[in-house]
Design a protein around this ligand. Structure first.
Ligand SMILES: Cc1cc2nc3c(=O)[nH]c(=O)nc-3n(C[C@H](O)[C@H](O)[C@H](O)COP(=O)(O)O)c2cc1C
Length: 441
């Protein structure tokens, strides 16, 4: 029986890294936001580590203080992946595409073309959009939840039907007979629902993996219900091992409810990394990047711990009186970890530098700490793998690949090389072409 091993993906965002201020760090070219060469270099670094996929979130809106910060996302996720596809050969390419503000035909065409271009490495992170700033860019408002998720289900089914509308064996391209394709195997789908419709067919032949893999990023009950019938991977955000275990179980149960084998859906919580020689160097690196934001983060940390904190006393640890009065806020799942770090006696500045207010658990320290975290969660059934968000891409991906990956490999937790060529191979996702007959009935 083969041993279960982790699947690891790498976040590929704005060209700089997942920490605010990454764009100004030494060694980072401040023009990387607009540099497809930088994205290609970063993707190649992840592929050198044999990582199974890249994950490009997207939500087309500026959403940051542009005066001082870079936008969070790629210029265009599909164009970035097209560039990356040409300069890599194995790593999977997953991008977000909104089910709220796209038509099925557009998305079906772009993702399947990427799948063909990359020889079967594309994945579509099908999410509903939830930000009014994004909606405004499409001249719309965010529709109610039932509408967004109703449309999302229809979108995925239509897109998959379009992907399957060019028959697997339809393309003959026979020079001698002059028959290009079997017209009777390339058929319209004539599908329509309450929200979207398409006639088809989509004029794109199958890729090496047939069609792109469906992924869903989220964690709400809506997310479980949307991912359950279709997704091969769920990309999540869990701050505790208990939450990750519950999320993984919820996605697996949703897949089972839809008539699928729960092993067909993998759960990947996020992990943010600052890999350095020791804790002190990692904290200093994070302070150099993000200290500008500490005054506002002190204000937030006060609410997480339920005590008053003084932003002018960043050098001092929390007093005994403060620590005794502190109680983690039940409204923020990061609060217990924040209090744990504060109780270790770190200065307020260092508590914040530990990333206690980041989007995912943070490892700031030597590579072995990241490997230990990943092993613990993986062994506890809290994850099938992880998606990694390095603080600075330029050297943070290399630090992960050269530091963490060998430890995981030595422990038998991560593969030494790609076993297959497609994203479906990397995820252990079953063959599918067109709609899944178990779902479409
Ligand atoms: C880890 C993670 C990654 C996400 N990535 C994206 C993204 O790239 N683009 C996007 O529009 N929404 C993204 N989302 C948001 C979700 O898809 C969803 O819209 C949001 O969690 C609201 O869910 P709800 O509508 O069920 O409340 C992400 C969510 C999580 C947890």
């Amino acid at each position: 029986m083969s041993k279960r091993q982790m699947i690891i993906g790498m976040h590929l965002g704005n060209g700089y890294g997942s920490q605010p201020g990454a764009w100004r760090m030494p060694g980072t070219d401040p023009r990387s936001y607009a540099s497809f060469d930088a994205k290609v270099r970063q993707a190649q670094a992840a592929e050198r580590g044999k990582l199974q996929f890249l994950f490009l979130p997207d939500g087309p809106s500026q959403m940051v203080d542009i005066e001082e910060e870079a936008p969070n996302f790629n210029l265009d996720v599909m164009l970035t992946l097209a560039a990356v596809a040409r300069e890599t050969s194995r790593i999977g390419l997953i991008a977000t595409g909104s089910t709220t503000f796209n038509e099925p035909y557009n998305l079906a065409r772009q993702f399947k073309a990427l799948d063909v271009m990359s020889h079967g490495r594309a994945g579509w992170n099908a999410v509903t959009s939830s930000g009014e700033d994004v909606a405004a860019n499409y001249g719309q408002r965010i529709p109610p939840s039932a509408h967004r998720y109703g449309r999302a289900h229809e979108m995925i089914q239509l897109v998959q039907a379009l992907w399957g509308s060019w028959g697997r064996e339809a393309w003959l391209h026979n020079h001698n007979t002059g028959q290009f394709a079997k017209a009777d195997q390339i058929a319209p789908i004539n599908m329509g629902g309450k929200y979207v419709a398409s006639r088809g067919p989509l004029y794109i032949p199958p890729s090496e993996q047939g069609q792109p893999v469906i992924v869903h990023a989220g964690g709400s009950p809506n997310a479980h219900d949307l991912a359950g019938p279709y997704a091969s991977a769920a990309i999540g955000a869990s701050f505790t091992i208990e939450d990750a275990r519950a999320q993984r179980a919820a996605f697996r149960e949703a897949a089972e409810r839809a008539g699928r084998d729960p092993d067909e859906i993998k759960y990947f919580p996020g992990l943010m990394t600052t890999i350095a020689r020791d804790r002190r160097s990692a904290l200093d690196r994070r302070i150099a990047m993000t200290e500008r934001l500490f005054p506002q983060r002190v204000a937030y940390l006060q609410r997480m711990l339920g005590i008053r904190l003084d932003p002018d006393r960043l050098d001092a640890p929390l007093s005994d009186k403060q620590l005794n009065a502190a109680h983690p806020s039940p409204r923020d799942p990061r609060s217990a970890q924040a209090l744990k770090i504060a109780r270790e006696g770190w200065s307020l500045r260092d508590v914040l530098a530990h990333g206690v207010i980041d989007y995912h658990p943070v490892i700031a320290g030597p590579a072995i700490e990241a490997a230990d975290h990943m092993q613990e969660w993986f062994k506890a059934g809290a994850a099938d793998g992880f998606w990694i968000s390095p603080d600075i891409y330029e050297d943070g991906i290399d630090a992960f690949v050269d530091g963490v990956i060998p430890v995981l490999q030595e422990r038998g937790l991560f593969h030494h090389d790609y076993e297959g060529i497609t994203l479906r191979d990397h995820l252990g996702a079953p063959t599918q072409y067109g709609l899944d007959p178990r779902i479409s009935g």
